[in-house]
Write a protein that binds this ligand. Structure first.
Ligand SMILES: Cc1cc2nc3c(=O)[nH]c(=O)nc-3n(C[C@H](O)[C@H](O)[C@H](O)COP(=O)(O)OP(=O)(O)OC[C@H]3O[C@@H](n4cnc5c(N)ncnc54)[C@H](O)[C@@H]3O)c2cc1C
Length: 390
């Protein structure tokens, strides 16, 4: 039987937080819950960094250290080791975004390859992650997705992207490290999907190494998965899927209106939730063919996954099922799941303070806009403070 109040256990949730870290988390989420404060803070921080004011230390001691592991892989090691003492694994996420030059894509490639080597023999790090747009120009993925013919130069550029994907997946296979490939905007995603499928076909013959992402706020994704499943059976490869709800909803809807096409997004939250849960069900019924990384902060979806695993006789430590949350958020889910013996990993963003600012700003904005999440964090932190006092 699943304990439905599992996620209320704040002692387990915050077991790694000292009293002062608990206070800092409370203070941070309190700040983040205020939209005007986030707006002012964002402008002031961007200005201060551009003007080379000495704010890095302050950022590091507050928001950075809460949501990020460090400025480099080595710097993240204490966090990785600490999480693993409670059975929570780490997925290092090099969070430097918005790069668009070939040398920057090569640097990103080198970074991921280095992380795979770094994972070698580190039990706490079984998985790596990258974003398709980290390895090539967004516009090129878009052109491919739209079926626009590429110039000779662009064909060569695309081939370089294919090579970058291949290098990562090949090394990951050699080192037995799993690779998650993030999902992005729908108008570039088909090209990424085709490429990831090629990688799965090449490297997922016996076990699942390569994982694509399904964004289930898109109403067409379950059908996509079922079609892929048929192709995979035909060609004899295993599917890896991270399932998430999706992070670009506003952008997707605005673009669909602007360009006059049907929105790819489910019409409301309930439809997204149903789509997510139906997909989860489909996968857990086909676990021989599909491995899953459940990337969510939604308690109901996690409870459902636990129930479906029980019904389908899937053991908690089955390597084909992973749960994942972002570092600094939803510890009540991660640590309680890990304490029960499930496979759990935290996405740990890292990179130079200045370069991860866009990521941190998005986290802050998301926490003001994702109804309920910040207030839930605050309620849990408050409960734990009270528990410790008593
Ligand atoms: C480990 C991890 C990896 C991730 N990787 C990716 C990734 O590769 N690509 C990506 O896009 N996102 C990614 N995300 C972010 C994710 O897509 C969600 O934005 C975020 O997790 C919030 O959704 P939730 O399931 O946690 O919870 P909830 O709070 O229950 O759901 C919020 C989500 O529901 C959807 N939603 C909200 N309102 C509506 C509405 N009115 N109509 C339709 N849908 C609605 C939106 O997707 C929104 O983000 C990742 C998240 C995690 C934890």
């Amino acid at each position: 039987m699943i304990n439905r109040s599992l996620f209320e256990d704040t002692r387990t949730a915050f077991t790694l937080k000292s009293d002062s870290e608990l206070e800092r988390a409370y203070f941070l989420f309190k700040m983040i819950s205020s939209e005007p404060l986030v707006r002012i803070g964002t402008v002031a921080t961007n200005f201060a960094l551009k003007a080379h004011l000495p704010v890095e230390k302050l950022i590091r001691a507050t928001v950075f250290d809460h949501f990020c592991g460090g400025v480099s892989e080595e710097d993240c090691l204490p966090v990785i080791d600490k999480l693993y003492t409670e059975g929570v694994s780490s997925v290092l996420d090099y969070s430097v975004e918005g790069k668009a030059q070939e040398n920057q894509f090569d640097n990103a490639l080198e970074k991921i390859l280095k992380i795979i080597h770094f994972c070698d023999d580190r039990e706490a790090m079984p998985i790596v992650v990258f974003k398709p747009s980290g390895f090539g120009r967004f516009l090129l993925y878009q052109k491919k997705t739209e079926g626009v013919e590429l110039t000779i130069e662009e064909e060569a550029e695309w081939q370089r992207i294919v090579n970058r994907f291949d290098k990562v997946c090949k090394l990951a296979k050699e080192k037995d490290v799993e690779v998650l490939i993030d999902g992005e905007e729908s108008w570039m995603q088909d090209a990424a999907d085709d490429l990831v499928e090629e990688m799965m076909c090449r490297y997922n013959k016996e076990v699942t190494i390569v994982y694509n992402t399904l964004q289930l706020y898109r109403w067409d994704r379950l059908k996509y998965l079922k079609d892929l499943h048929q192709r995979a059976e035909g060609k004899g490869f295993k599917i890896g899927m991270k399932i998430v709800r999706g992070a670009y909803m506003e952008k997707e809807r605005e673009r669909a209106i602007e360009k006059g096409y049907e929105s790819p997004i489910c019409e409301n939250k309930k439809t997204t939730d149903d789509n997510f849960n139906d997909t989860l069900n489909y996968i857990l019924n086909n676990l021989n063919d599909i491995s899953v990384f459940i990337g969510t902060h939604n308690e109901a979806s996690c409870l459902l996954a636990m129930e479906l695993m029980e019904v389908n006789n899937i053991s908690k430590e089955d390597n084909n099922v992973w749960f994942g949350q972002l570092y600094g958020m939803s510890d009540h889910i991660s640590f309680n799941l890990a304490a029960q013996g499930y496979n759990v990993a935290k996405y740990i963003p890292f990179g130079p303070v200045k370069d991860v600012m866009p990521y941190l700003i998005r986290r802050a904005e998301e926490n003001t806009s994702v109804a309920g999440q910040t207030s839930r964090e605050l309620t849990l932190l408050k409960a734990e403070r009270l528990r410790r006092k008593l």
